[in-house]
Design a protein around this ligand. Structure first.
Ligand SMILES: Nc1ncnc2c1ncn2[C@@H]1O[C@H](COP(=O)(O)OP(=O)(O)OP(=O)(O)O)[C@@H](O)[C@H]1O
Ligand SMILES: [Mg+2]
Length: 388
């Protein structure tokens, strides 16, 4: 018997009836409006058949055919039975990459949120592993994934919706963005990196997409214009620097934040920090790496103290960078000169942030000896909060 080679479902968007196959490809223009409208109203799929002359035609088919001839892509690893889900979540810590420091509870919460189709937002200070954790999550789930760095987009509409082009032969036509393709992919995991640095237009576009009760993208500002439905099982994972020192980070709209489950990445303490560095650079003298961990943690404690003389501590990204320089034969002093000091303001001379950080580093270079520029009490102050 003649079998359809394509099966479409008709979805109403605004006042249009669009036909999509299971892969999210649009076939609207190949089917008459009448046929699409009837299929939508009668809630039946349409199949594409070929007649004796090799011409295609579309007609109603039995919905049960969909499962047989066109199975939806299976979501391999996302277990549906509750016992399986529990087991999957609670045994997931073994899937966390060794090189990512994140405690078990937070990791499991991350996995659980993804399995449950939550919109996830990773927050935390700069360089603390937000992007790394989001990517690790994507790798742990055997699902189609898409990456968008929203901090780098100049034209949010083009990135998230698409572009209108002009062609002499075809006239004006619209090409959909990769983001639209991602939304149409069942079970996709969509990474929205640096959401806080995105253009406010991007946030507005994302509002309906992220709203659990709406879950659609409007292709045009006008009411009644075409929309794209977010496919079943799609999970969004965003990263954000919230409440940190970065001015480039725009204040995220409260309504947008509300659409996410937030998972805060912890700042590593000095043991975790030096353990990570030792894990990454097993050939470097561990006592040097301990010093790097110590310096980082002292600056972080200072930054969060009430009488802070620096605005922010050294990030894990920077510690890793320093460890890499040491591995390549640079001294701690040289590494600090290149990778740490430029991050701190030198205005104010002796009272500057840079001078303060130099003094901390100096202690480890001089091995704690005599000519420190500031007294031990002050250093004690900066370190004492680190017993957590
Ligand atoms: N928790 C962590 N575990 C392991 N490595 C880390 C961790 N945090 C940071 N790093 C190191 O720092 C680098 C930067 O991390 P990442 O890009 O994930 O930070 P981020 O939080 O996304 O930073 P930003 O706020 O600048 O986007 C990583 O490549 C890794 O080497
Ligand atoms: Mg990042």
């Amino acid at each position: 018997m003649n079998q359809p080679d394509i099966i479409v479902e008709v979805i109403k968007s605004g006042n249009r009836f669009n036909a999509f196959d299971v892969d999210g490809n649009k076939h609207t223009s190949n089917i008459t409006t009448g046929a699409r409208k009837k299929a939508f109203e009668g809630e039946y799929p349409l199949g594409r058949f070929t007649n004796k002359n090799g011409k295609h035609y579309w007609k109603q088919i039995d919905p049960s055919l969909i499962e047989v001839s066109n199975p939806t892509p299976s979501s391999v690893d996302v277990p549906s039975d509750h016992a399986d889900v529990l087991n999957f979540i609670h045994s997931s810590y073994s899937m966390k990459p060794k090189g990512l420091v994140m405690n078990e509870l937070k990791w499991k919460y991350l996995i659980r949120s993804a399995v449950r189709g939550k919109n996830i937002m990773m927050t935390g200070m700069a360089g603390c592993g937000k992007t790394m954790a989001a990517k690790a999550l994507v790798n742990s789930l055997d699902r189609p994934d898409f990456y968008f760095n929203l901090g780098a987009t100049q034209d949010p509409r083009a990135t998230l919706i698409g572009n209108t082009h002009f062609d002499k032969k075809k006239g004006t036509y619209f090409s959909e963005s990769l983001f639209v393709k991602a939304l149409r992919t069942p079970n996709a995991v969509i990474l929205l990196d640096e959401l806080t640095r995105a253009h406010p237009d991007a946030w507005n576009i994302l509002m309906t997409v992220l709203d659990y009760t709406q879950r659609y993208l409007r292709l045009d500002e006008q009411d009644g214009s075409e929309t794209v439905k977010v496919a079943d099982g799609v999970t969004f994972v965003a990263t954000a620097n919230i409440g940190n020192e970065y001015t480039a980070t725009r204040q995220l709209d409260k309504a947008l934040i509300d659409r996410f489950t937030t998972i805060e990445m912890d700042v590593l303490n000095k043991e975790e920090e030096s353990d990570l560095l030792e894990y990454m650079y097993p050939n470097v003298d561990p006592s040097l790496l301990k010093n790097v961990g110590e310096i980082a943690s002292m600056t972080r404690n200072e930054a969060k103290s009430q009488t802070a003389r620096i605005m922010s501590g050294i990030s894990t990204r920077t510690s890793v960078e320093i460890a890499g320089l040491i591995f390549d034969g640079f001294s701690l002093e040289e590494s600090a000169d290149i990778a740490i000091y430029p991050q701190y303001d030198q205005s104010g001379g002796i009272d500057s942030e840079r001078t303060f950080v130099k003094q901390i580093v100096q202690r480890f270079i001089n091995d704690g000896s005599s000519d420190d520029l500031f007294n031990d009490e002050e250093v004690e102050e900066a370190t004492s909060a680190d017993q957590s």
